[in-house]
Design a protein around this ligand. Sequence first.
Ligand code: ATP
Ligand code: ATP
Ligand code: MG
Ligand code: MG
Length: 266
Amino acid sequence: MAKSRFEYVKQFERENYLLPDSWIVIRVDGRGFHRFSSHYDFRKPNDERALRVMNQAAGAVMRSIPDVMMAYGDSDEYSFVLRKNCTLFERRESKLVSTFASTFTAYYMQLWPAEFPDQPLEMAHLPTFDSRAVVYPSVRSLRDYFSWRQADCHINNLYNTTFWTLVQQGGRTTQQAEEELCKTVSSDKHEILFSKFGINYNNEPEMYKKGTTLVREYLDVDPETVATLSSRQLERLRKKNKVEVRELYVDIIGDAFWNERPWLLM
Ligand code: ATP
Ligand code: ATP
Ligand code: MG
Ligand code: MG
């Protein structure tokens, strides 16, 4: 096609090519979900329907973008890790973050009605997500990233569970509950739940306490073998439906999860 005299403006574009040979983590987070969740009457502290929409949207993103090896999410956020040698969009940051945010949002909206049949999304209150990319060059920093997110989930969930129990069962106002909790540490919160309300925090649902982890699992192939396969061989397994995305509510801070799935860190 002939070039127009306007074409020079293309030179103003700047591109950030993310560091090669390292893990790209893309985190999407709901914009203004504090308000969004109160507008659609999410159950507090954890609305299971809303978490299912998030988990299913993330699963759909994983199925549509095969470079995603694993995802972890809680509340209104999800982190996706791309394999180390991923070349999607030539690792251009703006392409990656915008694609993840819009793909996630599209699935979220599509999956919403099944979980919230009586609350159609309204034009003035649509869900939107921002997205960022961070590159981790070592297994240590990548694992610490996921440990950071899971620890955050745990801290928030313990706080929210205690806070909403004080309000819903203890008759406190939200302000009173906040004051009561402001100087407490983790063990105090366990104690309040147990001694005042007979709730053993450890028996709360695993999905709430640990968040949700989605992993590509290879069927009929032992983990030792997966670790030695080339990208082309992995792709072939994918095409033969020997791969599925599994949803887990497990500890990802310790070594066990990673030792059982060496291919995640290849
Ligand atoms: P920002 O736009 O800066 O992300 P935000 O309002 O989305 O602001 P976050 O820190 O992302 O703030 O927190 C998300 C909030 O959404 C939570 O604090 C909680 O109130 C609400 N929320 C998200 N998911 C759920 C859920 N499944 N059940 C109940 N509340 C939820
Ligand atoms: P990329 O994912 O790299 O953006 P792309 O296929 O989206 O690739 P673009 O350069 O963005 O490529 O071009 C969009 C193409 O979509 C146009 O070339 C045209 O073929 C098609 N297209 C977009 N809107 C319309 C429309 N309203 N009617 C017909 N064709 C359209
Ligand atoms: Mg948010
Ligand atoms: Mg958030």
